[in-house]
Design a protein around this ligand. Structure first.
Ligand code: AMP
Ligand code: TRP
Length: 348
């Protein structure tokens, strides 16, 4: 597969006055397994749908994955599996680059530098750190605390314009913008492009199937809380059958009834219907009919993705080659930004 991007030398990293021809999109995803419908609807599907509009860089963020304990074998396997899922979901290397974060050492190096410019108070406010650290504040690694700084580096190294993510990344994006603005004004130079988030209203927050007041999450210990992209039709059927609804009968978008609201939202997004069309499709019908239809839509959406995934994973050399080619293509962009940063702060 070939890789086409705007040539690197069109990207002037030391001045935002000469941006690339197409706006640049950057996004990342952790290779932590259990990739689910929330990731697909909140992020991946949008990356795929809009890939021809932008100059795209997508990153499997393995350095972020080690901020919590993870088995080495599992990490390596998950990383390849994530690459295969993204390509199987429709990312096309004619329009995007897809690489592994640790293959470009500039991320780690920039991260140290930017840590030195990040006020502790800013990180103290990050809610995701508090949730992930939970009661283990004294024992979690400091990497978890600095996680948002590494994410900022991912984005800023590539002079990114847009960052398509789910709603849970809003605070991290704000921090990224604040860091970039502060750095630029400190050195009176437009070292970094100030990125904007692209958080789609629909799909940005897919909720858990068993507790629809919480977001669907990879780390939820209950496997019935999420539909993974690699689930079999049987598992999907069981999970949807067990999904929480309520004792009412109407199948409508009623935010007061979060269970059916969430399931109907998934149905609507996967069918591409309007809210009204989805409600009309189930007028006078019960939860049984609705859940059967939802099961079919989910199974049929995932079937071709799973098929392509299996094909891609069976050719490990080709997969590794795609990842390497992408890293080689985008590395010079990161290297140039890092060099500019080193120059302005007086390193070397
Ligand atoms: P992560 O799995 O945490 O690396 O997230 C990968 C992408 O999926 C990010 O853009 C998240 O914002 C998005 N995402 C994760 N969970 C959900 C969810 N329940 N609903 C919508 N988007 C999500
Ligand atoms: N923190 C993001 C998440 O958990 C993943 C991520 C890392 C990311 N670096 C990024 C997303 C850069 C967008 C841009 O979902």
């Amino acid at each position: 597969m070939s890789v086409e991007l705007n040539p690197v030398n069109e990207v002037k990293t030391d001045t935002a006055a000469q941006p690339p021809i197409r706006k640049r999109v950057f996004s990342g995803i952790q290779p932590t397994g259990n990739i689910h419908l929330g990731n697909y609807l909140g992020a991946i599907r949008n990356w795929v749908a809009e890939q021809t509009h932008y100059d795209n860089i997508f990153c499997i963020v393995d350095l972020h994955a080690i901020t919590l304990p993870i088995d080495p074998k599992e990490l390596r396997t998950n990383t390849r599996q994530m690459a295969a899922i993204l390509l199987a979901s429709g990312l096309d290397t004619r329009h995007c680059n897809l690489f592994i974060q640790s293959h470009i050492h500039e991320h780690a190096e920039m991260s140290w530098i930017l840590n030195c410019f990040t006020p502790m108070g800013w990180l103290n406010r990050m809610t995701q750190f508090k949730t992930k650290a939970g009661e283990n504040l004294d024992s979690v690694g400091t990497g978890l605390y600095c996680y948002p700084v590494l994410m900022a580096c991912d984005i800023l190294l590539y002079q990114t314009h847009y960052v398509p993510v789910g709603d849970d990344q809003r605070q991290h994006l704000e921090l990224t913008r604040d860091l970039a603005q502060r750095f630029n004004s400190m050195y009176k130079k437009r070292v970094f492009t100030i990125p904007e988030g692209q958080i789609r209203e629909v799909g940005a927050r897919v909720m858990s199937l068993d507790d629809p007041t919480k977001k669907m999450s990879k780390s939820d210990p209950n496997p019935f809380s999420r539909i993974n992209l690699l689930d079999s039709p049987k598992e999907i059927k069981q999970k949807i059958a067990r999904a929480t609804t309520d004792s009412e009968k109407l199948i409508t978008f009623d935010p007061e009834r979060p269970g059916i609201y969430n399931l109907l939202g998934i149905y609507q997004l996967l069918t591409g219907q309007s809210q009204q069309e989805s409600e009309d499709a189930f007028a006078g019908k019960g939860y049984g009919d609705f859940k059967a239809a939802l099961t079919e839509v989910v199974v049929e959406t995932l079937r071709p993705i799973q098929q392509r995934y299996n094909e891609l994973l069976s050719d490990r050399a080709m997969l590794d080659n795609i990842l390497k080619e992408s890293a080689d293509t985008v590395r010079p962009i990161a290297a140039k930004t890092l060099q500019t940063v080193k120059d302005v702060i007086g390193l070397g």
